[in-house]
Design a binder for this molecule. Structure first.
Ligand code: ADP
Length: 642
C-alpha cells in the first residue's frame, strides 16, 4: 500500500468541502455521473477507432447502487478507467488551475455555493460533502491491473492494487451518518438524477433493494383458519434486488426541434454546463445539404468563472455522428465566443479526425463560420430586448470588443452589438447606431475618450468644449481593451472614430482674428513654459477647448507611436514614451495673471503644476509626486503669507 499526500491546494479544497459547504450537497451525484459519462465517451471513441479495443457488444452504462444497511452509495461506469498514475494525478496530487480559483471563490465572505464546483473542473471532490470515506476502484481499458484509491478526505490517500473484472471505474461512497437517509433513498437519488443528468447520453440504472412480502401458501392459509389471531402464521418479507433505468439517455440535440420543450433544453444546459441557472438564450440548428451537422449553443446568464483565464475550459463539445470526440478544442468557436456552451455534431467528419487537422479541415471551417453567424444572430435578437440585453452586456461587452478586433469577417455585425457609456446619459449605454442618430447634422465623426475610471473621464477637462458644443462623447473606461480595439475599428458607417485626447476640439465658429491675437499675446508665456518643462512636453499650445480648467494634455495627432501605444502594449511590446502636448486656457484667471507675472519662481512652479494637474485629472501618472506636493505647499505658503 502506498500512502500519498494531497497536494496543498487540494487539501484546502477538501477542508472546505468537509467543513464549510452545506448547500446543494446533492450535486456530488451530478459531478460523478458527469465524470462517468465522460469516461464512457472516451472509451466509446476508442472502441470505434482502435482495432485492439473494438467490441460490438459493448454499450456504455452507468450504475448507481444504494445500500441502506451499509450506508453507502456507489456510482460505477464501464468507461475508459484510470491506471495507477492517473488515479494519483487526477484525484489528489496535481491541482488543476481551477482548484485554487475555487478555493479563493469559496473563501472569505463570498456566498459559499458548492454548486459552482463543476465550473472549476474539480467536481470529483464534491463527494466529500457527503462521504466519510471514498474508494475509487478503477481498471483502465486494455490493461490487466486494477487499483483502488481510498481516502477519508483528510490529509492523504492510499493506492493499493486490487482485482476488478471489467474496465471502468467504481466510486464507492461510505456516507456520513447525517447524509445516510437522503442518499440511500431511491426517491431522492432518482429525483437528483432526473434533475441534473436526465440527458446524459448513456442509460443510468438505479440498483436498490426492495422489501417484498412472501404470500402465504394455500396450506398456510388453511392452517390459519383454525388458529387464534396471535398464533397465525405471518407472511415473511424478503429483500429483493431491483434495477431500473432512471434517465432518458438520449442525446437531446439529435431530437427534432419541434418535439423539444424549453424545459428540456434548459435541463440539458444544466447537464452540459454544470450551471445551476437557466441559460440566457439558446439556438438549435440542423443543417442539411452539402454538410450535415447539428449545433446547439447556449449563452449562460453569467459569464463562466474562467472566461478571463488563459487556461479557460472551452464550452463546446465536438461529436461525430453522436460519438464524442473532444471537449478540449478551443478552436471550435473563436476565442471571443468562449463563453458559449454547447455541442457541434457533424455527420461528415471522419471519426478519427486529428486535432491538428481539425483546424484546417474544410468541413470544420464551414461549421465554425456558420456557428459564429448563428450565435451572433442570437445575440442580435437579444439586443432587441432591453432588459435582457442589459444583462448580456454586463457580462459579455468585453468579449464582443475582442471580437470586433479579431474577427474581420464579422466585424460589422459585432460592432453593432457593442454598447458604450457616453456623455449623453450616465446610466443607459449606447450603440454606435444610436450615437449617430442623435448627433448634430453637421457632425461627421464619433468622438471618444479612453481611460481607467469612469468618474475621471466624465470630469475630464478634455470634455469641456464638447459639452459646451453639445457634442456627445463615448466614455470608454475599459482601458486595457478599449485602447487596443477602438483605434483599430477606424470608422463606423463612414464616420471616423476620433480620440478626443488626440484631436483638437471639434470645429466651432472661431473668431480667427481674435485667436491670432491671443496667440501672439501668449507667445512669450508658452515659450517660457516649454523651456521650464523641457522634454516632459512635446509642445505648449493655447487652446479654446477649455472652459473651467486652466490646462489639459493631449496626444499629438501626428505621432503614430502615441496612437499605437495601446495596441503595442497589448502585444507585449515596449511602448516608447512620447511626451504629451500641454494645452493652456488663455481665458483662465491663472493664465491671465501668469502672463503678466515677472516672478520667475512662480512661473516655474505653476508651469509644473499646470502639467501635473492636467495629467492627474485625465487619469495619467505624474512624474514626480514629491515635487508636486512641494510645489502645492509652496503655493499655499505664498497665499497665507500674503
Ligand atoms: P473534471 O471532470 O472537471 O476534469 P474532476 O475533479 O471531476 O474534474 O475529475 C478529475 C479527473 O479525474 C477527470 O478529468 C478524469 O481524468 C478523472 N476521472 C474522474 N472520474 C473518472 C471516471 N469515472 N473514469 C475515468 N476518469 C475519471
Amino acid at each position: 500500500m502506498a500512502k500519498h499526500q494531497f497536494q496543498t491546494e487540494v487539501g484546502q479544497l477538501l477542508h472546505l468541502m468537509t467543513h464549510s459547504l452545506y448547500s446543494h450537497k446533492e450535486i456530488f451525484i451530478r459531478e460523478l455521473v458527469s465524470n462517468a459519462s465522460d469516461a464512457i465517451d472516451k472509451l466509446n471513441y476508442l472502441r470505434l477507432t482502435q482495432e485492439k479495443l473494438k467490441d460490438d457488444k459493448w454499450t456504455g452504462t452507468i450504475n448507481i447502487k444504494i445500500d441502506e444497511k451499509d450506508s453507502s452509495i456507489t456510482i460505477a461506469d464501464n468507461g475508459i478507467g484510470m491506471d495507477e498514475a492517473e488515479l494519483i494525478s487526477s484525484i489528489g496530487t496535481i491541482a488543476k488551475s481551477g482548484t485554487k480559483s475555487f478555493v479563493e471563490a469559496m473563501s472569505g465572505d463570498a456566498k459559499k455555493d458548492s454548486n459552482l464546483i463543476g465550473q472549476f473542473g474539480v467536481g470529483f471532490y464534491s463527494v466529500f460533502m457527503v462521504a466519510s470515506k471514498v474508494d475509487v476502484i478503477s481498471k483502465k481499458a486494455g490493461q490487466k491491473k486494477a487499483y483502488k484509491w481510498s481516502s477519508d478526505g483528510s490529509g492523504e490517500f492510499d493506492i493499493t492494487s486490487c482485482t476488478k473484472d471489467s474496465e471502468g471505474t467504481v466510486v464507492y461512497i461510505k456516507l456520513k451518518d447525517e447524509e445516510k437517509s437522503d442518499y440511500t433513498s431511491k426517491y431522492k437519488v432518482q429525483e437528483v438524477v432526473k434533475k441534473y443528468s436526465n440527458h446524459i447520453a448513456y442509460p443510468i440504472y438505479l440498483n436498490y433493494q426492495e422489501e417484498v412480502t412472501q404470500e402465504l401458501s394455500e396450506k398456510e392459509k388453511k392452517a390459519n383458519e383454525t388458529k387464534d389471531e396471535k398464533d397465525k402464521i405471518k407472511p415473511t418479507t424478503k429483500l429483493k434486488q431491483k434495477r431500473e433505468q432512471i434517465n432518458e439517455a438520449k442525446a437531446l440535440w439529435t431530437q427534432p426541434k419541434a418535439k423539444l420543450k424549453k424545459q428540456e433544453y434548459q435541463d440539458f444546459y444544466k447537464t452540459l454546463s454544470h450551471d445551476s441557472d437557466e441559460p440566457m438564450a439558446y439556438v438549435h440548428t440542423k443543417a442539411e445539404g452539402v454538410n450535415n451537422y447539428t449545433t446547439l449553443f447556449y449563452i449562460p446568464k453569467k459569464a463562466p468563472m474562467d472566461m478571463y483565464r488563459v487556461d479557460y475550459k472551452p464550452g463546446v463539445k465536438l461529436y461525430v455522428k453522436r460519438v464524442f470526440i473532444t471537449d478540449d478544442e478551443k478552436e471550435l468557436l473563436p476565442t471571443y465566443l468562449r463563453f458559449v456552451k454547447g455541442v457541434i455534431d457533424s455527420d461528415d467528419l471522419p471519426l478519427n479526425v486529428s486535432r491538428e487537422l481539425l483546424q484546417e479541415n474544410k468541413i470544420m471551417v464551414n461549421i465554425k463560420q456558420s456557428s459564429i453567424k448563428k450565435v451572433l444572430n442570437e445575440i442580435k435578437k437579444l439586443s432587441k430586448k432591453d432588459d435582457i440585453y442589459k444583462e448580456f452586456i454586463s457580462q459579455y461587452n468585453r468579449p464582443l470588443k475582442e471580437g470586433a478586433y479579431q474577427d474581420y469577417t464579422n466585424k460589422d455585425m459585432i460592432v453593432e452589438l457593442i454598447r458604450y457609456k457616453s456623455t449623453n446619459d450616465d446610466k443607459i449605454l449606447t450603440s454606435l447606431e444610436d450615437y449617430k442618430s442623435r448627433a448634430n447634422t453637421d457632425q461627421k465623426a464619433i468622438y471618444y475618450l479612453i481611460g481607467d475610471s469612469e468618474n475621471m473621464l466624465r470630469n475630464s477637462p478634455l470634455l469641456e468644449s464638447y459639452t459646451k458644443n453639445k457634442i456627445e462623447v463615448l466614455i470608454l473606461d475599459d482601458k486595457e481593451i478599449d485602447e487596443v480595439v477602438t483605434p483599430s475599428l477606424g470608422s463606423y458607417k463612414e464616420w471616423e472614430l476620433k480620440d478626443i485626447s488626440a484631436v483638437d476640439a471639434p470645429e466651432t465658429k472661431k473668431d480667427e482674428k481674435k485667436q491670432e491675437k491671443t496667440k501672439k499675446e501668449f507667445e512669450p508665456l508658452t515659450k517660457k513654459i516649454k523651456d521650464i518643462l523641457g522634454d516632459e512636453v512635446k509642445e505648449v499650445q493655447i487652446t479654446d477647448r477649455l472652459d473651467s480648467s486652466p490646462s489639459c494634455v493631449v496626444k499629438d495627432p501626428n505621432d503614430p507611436m502615441a496612437q499605437m501605444a495601446g495596441m503595442m502594449k497589448a502585444m507585449g511590446q515596449e511602448v516608447p514614451v512620447s511626451p504629451p502636448i500641454l494645452q493652456i486656457n488663455p481665458n483662465h484667471k491663472i493664465l491671465k495673471s501668469l502672463n503678466e507675472s515677472k516672478d520667475k519662481k512662480l512661473i516655474e512652479d505653476i508651469s509644473h503644476l499646470l502639467l501635473d494637474q492636467a495629467k492627474l485629472s485625465e487619469g495619467l501618472d505624474i512624474k514626480d509626486t514629491v515635487s508636486y506636493i512641494n510645489r502645492i505647499n509652496s503655493m499655499l505658503s505664498r497665499v497665507i503669507d500674503k
